[in-house]
Design a protein around this ligand. Structure first.
Ligand code: 3PG
Length: 486
């Protein structure tokens, strides 16, 4: 009887769920799936017909066919559906069974579900899975957080399923409670930043340099062989040259410029704000998606304001390509640096106890932000315990400094022509702000104290001070004030 039981179950047989399950079966594990949609169940049965794979139509049959402790992953849309699935499943489960949420759930939901399921004796893993449908089939990057004993039980399966880099699986136990989903959220925040930076590079090459799509595709292909190597650069090269069958039109040229979003980038910015960690490249990427959605406003405004044609001769050819390459490398570093610092700070604030080297390691393969740069990031965090921002390391300092002129030049060329480079500009400003010892925020503190008695600290004396600015007298030392509202 036991021989016929399956090792791993999947609820949600959309293309991600089916592919993940077929990947599990590739490695010799018995893989069982269920979905309320009959066509998805049939699709699994036909795609997995020569493997130890089975799709069933009811949760009751599904649960009865899994070996104990049951190992069940849900790959369903984030939100209420996850709660509904859990509610339906709970009466059928036994104590010690393992439930894995492999979707992009918000970390607050994961904290709530973790506590709820723990009280019921169910071991829960909030797990980020990145790599899209292809990654799920061939090897994704997997970020499981939550019940550690559950991780130990599913580890042999997840390690075989995950992508491998130099033989190392792109999966590791991330930490307690919602840490897996938090880390996946930040991964997506970085993804938003990198995508927008590449979009700005494309815009500058096209509108400043006058380059065509095929020429740009060749350039991205060349860059993919260098230090910019990574999945997003690789797919951009492919997208740029893509033509629909039987036409000469590049598909990219007829795609509407309104970017949608499912929320993980915005959550990254929101959480970063809550924790007081600056992630301006990611914020700018989220903002650009929002601006892109206002297509009609942009159309109207483009008629209201004349195009800008500067006297200055545009940078072209190799000179521009080199500057854009530097701008991208510079901005990519700052984007990863912001995401990693957010993880470093929230690891403390949220008691996740994250291993940043391990996170960089499992992002090197399988996931959307995989890139050669992650090996260098892994090394930087591996060498220095407690490192928060990698900009503070010599290896990245040298790169950033060597590329600063490139990003400044690209922003200059674009700004002269009214071409927006919000993400590149945010990256440069972040870098310049973070290397400035004395920022002008002394004035902000003075203003706050002037209108709101919010107090300030001084460079020349210890303590907290308030001044009656319109009747200047000596600054008064005071207890930390509640402050009037401004
Ligand atoms: C995903 O999770 O599918 C993507 O990584 C991010 O999706 P979005 O761009 O639709 O927010």
């Amino acid at each position: 009887m036991d021989q016929q039981l399956y090792d791993f179950g999947m609820i949600g047989l959309g293309v991600m769920g089916r592919n993940f399950l077929l990947n599990v079966a590739d490695d010799g594990f018995g893989a069982l799936g269920t979905d309320i949609d009959e066509d998805s169940v049939s699709a699994l049965n036909s795609e997995g017909k020569d493997m130890r794979v089975k799709g069933v139509g009811t949760q009751k049959e599904f649960v009865s066919l899994l070996s104990k402790p049951r190992k069940i992953m849900m790959l369903v849309p984030a939100g209420k559906i996850v709660d509904n699935v859990i509610e339906g499943l709970l009466p059928l489960l036994d104590e010690g069974d393992i439930l894995i949420d492999g979707g992009n759930s918000h970390y607050d939901d994961t904290d709530r579900r973790y506590a709820f399921l723990k009280a019921k004796g169910i071991r829960f893993l909030g797990t980020g899975v990145s790599g899209g449908a292809k990654g799920a089939r061939l090897g994704p990057s997997i970020m499981p957080g939550g019940d550690r004993s559950a991780w130990e039980d599913v580890k042999p399966i997840l390690e075989t399923v995950a992508a491998k880099v130099n033989g190392e699986p792109c999966v590791t136990y991330i930490g307690e409670s919602s840490s897996g989903h938090y880390v996946k959220m930040v991964h997506n925040g970085i993804e938003y930043g990198l995508m927008q930076l590449i979009a700005e590079a494309y815009d500058v090459l096209k509108r400043v340099g006058g380059m065509g799509n095929d020429e740009m595709s060749a350039l991205f292909t060349k860059w993919n062989d260098g230090r910019l190597n990574g999945y997003l650069i690789e797919i951009t090269a492919a997208i740029l040259k893509f033509r629909e069958e039987g036409t000469e039109t590049h598909l990219l040229d007829v795609i509407l410029d309104k970017a949608k979003q499912k929320g993980t980038g915005k959550w990254t910015s929101q959480s970063a704000m809550d924790h007081g960690v600056p992630v301006p490249t990611i914020d700018a990427a989220v903002t650009m998606r929002a601006i892109s959605a206002f297509k009609e406003y942009r159309q109207d405004n483009s008629k209201l304001y004349k195009p800008i044609h500067p006297d200055e001769v545009a940078l072209k050819g190799e000179g521009l390509a080199d500057a854009v390459e530097k701008a991208l490398y510079f901005s990519f570093i700052t984007c990863y640096a912001q995401g990693m610092q957010l993880l470093a700070e929230t690891s403390i604030d949220r008691e996740y106890n994250l291993d940043l080297e391990g996170i960089a390691r499992i992002w090197r393969g399988g996931c959307i932000i995989r890139a050669e740069l992650l090996e260098k990031i892994r090394e930087a965090y591996g060498k220095r315990e407690g490192l928060k921002n990698m900009m503070a390391t010599k290896e990245f300092r040298d790169d950033l400094f060597a590329c600063r002129d490139g990003v400044a030049e690209v922003i200059h060329q674009a700004t002269e022509r009214g071409i927006p480079t919000m993400c590149m500009s945010a990256s440069l400003q972040y870098f310049d702000a973070f290397r400035t010892e004395n920022l002008p925020l002394n004035l902000v503190q003075a203003q706050r104290d002037y209108f709101g008695s919010h107090s300030y600290e001084r460079l020349d004396q210890k303590g907290i001070f308030h001044t009656s600015w319109d009747a200047p007298r000596e600054a008064k030392v005071m207890d930390p004030p509640s402050g009037a509202e401004g």
